[in-house]
Write a protein of this length. Sequence first.
Length: 372
Amino acid sequence: IVLDANGELQCTSCHDAHNNAHGSFLVMSNAGSALCVACHQMGSTSVVAHRECETCHVSHGSPSGPYLLDRETIGETCLNCHDGSHPQATNIASQVALSSNHETFSSVDPLPPASQHASCADCHEPHTMTRMNTQAPLIPGNFGLIDGVSASGSPLLEADNEYEVCFKCHAEDNVVLPWVTRLANVNNTRLEFDPSAISFHPVEIQGRNPDVPSLKPGWSTQDIIRCSDCHSLNGSNPGNRQSGGVHGSTYGPLLAENYSTADYTSESPQAYALCYSCHDRNSILNDESFSGHSRHIVEERTSFATCHDAHGVASLLGSPMNNSHLINFDTSVVLPHADTGELRFRDTGILSGSCTLRCHGEDHSNESYPED
């Protein structure tokens, strides 16, 4: 490819007006995008359709501007194939149309950056994607070589773990409002999953609690999970959530299964289907891990979310005495004690604790579990 005296591209860099041997008067064959890669250094992908530049790009008159995409936005370009019309391409269009989704249709490089917006390219690097499945917490192959944010908050040119990609939007720069109003809330998933957190679901490292009686067979306290084990297309395979993808769901906030957070929810397999994906319902209802579970969720119809914060409790606001076992009260349901003004849980040892607070119109003063 010949550039001009200033090192810039001209029409004659790609076209020879006097020789049409390769079609479109190209200076060389573009089979396998050979003409494109003469200038552009490409990564390696096992996704066949992504190997041809013209699948996504146009050389002249692109509606997207400098990216030379064949549609105005990144999302529209991807959905040109991922719309159900191509058997080899997952139908993503139907997923992002669901009620809870990653919004992907803002213009390329919007100024200022669009709030609560994610383009496909924020999570997927299309030139280096593979179809390889990986084990948690490693990044799935279909993310490609994508950038991220480390567990310590530092930018990464290439993320190794799935959560590092999620932290790009859901850590310090999180603009998504909390789904539940918590007593201790930092609205930063990086801090909630950090190894220094008071209690957490094991996304970055193994959990520190060696005794979780409710875990279903196939799960253990040594396991690490992914963000996409809970946040994924509803109905996706519980053993392989990465096959569903974090594009959309009928259950908010983009959950793989239903999780009812409203007070006075009647307990059922469907009401807490997300939790029951990993935790045995019979164990919970038989009070094997906490003597008050059945009373709270069946008799009092108190949601799991009223007491438990599914991500974790950051050390910035929590304490081991008050926030073990993901205890972080929903303050729209749990109120300060009418007389003392206290609102707290106190861990008193293995499978035991006490509460001082007001819930469902009743004050509790150091109410102990197991009950005396």
